[in-house]
Design a protein around this ligand. Structure first.
Ligand code: PCA
Length: 117
């Protein structure tokens, strides 16, 4: 199983949550400081920001390999839209190996959403 930190449309109640059907919710979580969210027209992108002090809030899900493959397609990893990378989280997930989809393209001109989408 793979642990994924979701912070946008994949969260419970959000538009792409059905992609996590049948997977296991492990809890709410927050990254360490150093990440911000930007609005990309109806969905968010998380990017590293050295001056950030708050981190980003989201959810941890345990997903099977088939689900992970579908998420990679949804998030456009092959096209270089997002990249699935390990992210450091606060307790109680600080010691766990967890990946998230980081936005790879520029955010110039995009509105900063902050910590919670
Ligand atoms: N979906 C992924 C990345 C951004 C988005 O909207 C997520 O919820 O984590």
């Amino acid at each position: 199983m793979n642990l994924i930190f979701v912070y946008g449309t994949l969260k419970r109640g959000c538009s792409n949550h059905a992609f996590l059907a049948g997977q296991a919710f492990l809890g709410e979580a927050r990254t360490v400081p150093g990440f911000r969210l930007f609005d990309l027209d109806g969905f968010p992108g998380m990017v590293p920001r050295a001056d950030d002090r708050d981190g980003v809030s989201g959810e941890i899900w345990s997903v099977d390999p088939e689900c992970l493959a579908r998420l990679d397609i949804l998030e456009g990893t092959a096209e270089g839209l997002y990249r699935r990378k390990p992210v450091p989280l606060l307790a109680p997930f600080a010691e766990r190996s967890v990946e998230s989809y980081l936005y790879l393209r520029g955010v110039e001109g995009r509105s900063e959403v902050g910590s919670v989408w």
